[in-house]
Design a protein around this ligand. Sequence first.
Ligand SMILES: [Zn+2]
Length: 390
Amino acid sequence: MKKLFTFLLLSVLTIACQQNETDTKTEIISVSESQAEVPDMLPLVENKPIKNIIFLIGDGTGLAQISTGQYAMVGPDGMLHMQTMPVTGFVKTHSSDNLITDSASGATAYSCGLKTYNGAIGVNPSVTPCKTILELAEEKGLSTGLVSTSSITHATPASYAAHVEQRSMQEEIAVDFLDSGVEVFLGGGVKWFSPDERSDSLDVMAQFEAAGYQVLLNENDLQDTSSDRLLGLFAEDGMERVEGEPSSAAMTQKALDVLSKNEEGFFLMVEGSQIDWAGHGNNTEYLIREVEDFDLAVKTALDFAQQDGETLVVLTADHETGGMTMLRQADTGDSLEVYWVTDYHTGIPVPLMAYGPQALEFMGWRDNTYIGQKLAELLGVGELPILMEK
Ligand SMILES: [Zn+2]
């Protein structure tokens, strides 16, 4: 009897382990032995009113994503640029209909300052459009910009300048962008604007040109332009990281060059979109490349803010992706075993960081809706949330 019990117990354990095995993934990455100079922690600055906001969203970027990127790039003693931001906190990310948010409701919490359902783009739970911080900024005469490494019509940037029922409606989102007033769109997604690929055959790109935008299709176009209305579409859909595509840092720099000409101020959102995609793929090498690309955009933003003195920089994520953890030092010595729990998002709170005047408003545990509301208040453009006519 005892033997039978032991056999059954072992069988159950074996099945449990096997299931565990198929549901999870372990990867080993090399830890950098870099002796590179560690950047200094940025100081707290005088708490005066702000003129500009740069809001950085690392899609799917939790603590393990940042720290793994740090270990791989600059080693355990090093620091990424995003880690030099002096004020830190946490963000609770649940949506109105799910404890685990998606990027659409996550971004709408930041853009409109309200909770909505997964999949919603700039609308509340009853599908009523909600005004975004970017639209408020445009009404007040500020300049605005969206930078992303996904298609620019993807959930996160879309939630700032479009209002549709579902995130998959990327053709409608491209049309919505037309009368948003946004000065700078930089990302991927030619297919959502060009008549050959759209189901409605609308030439949205031509409509953008007619509205005074210069369309940019590669890194050279981006460097050469002197236009102050830009539609940069550097890939068919998401950026592919091929020759001729600009980095996130290059896009961020161009956006800042254009937007900072406005004396009234600006709001710029920059998304590291594919950190999330690496998480969905449980692909640690991909993750590290994307964290590096995003961190250089963060450096560009922080350099600008330090020079400018009236710019608040806030960095967070919409949610964590992959349930990623740093499991153990691998047997091979200077390497780290990374463990992924899921190929979807998790509900674990995400880190929040801030630098510049008013940065202390972003200390502590915050709800994602607070971030959008507080940013609008600090920029002086109005009080979120605001519902619009259907
Ligand atoms: Zn995702």
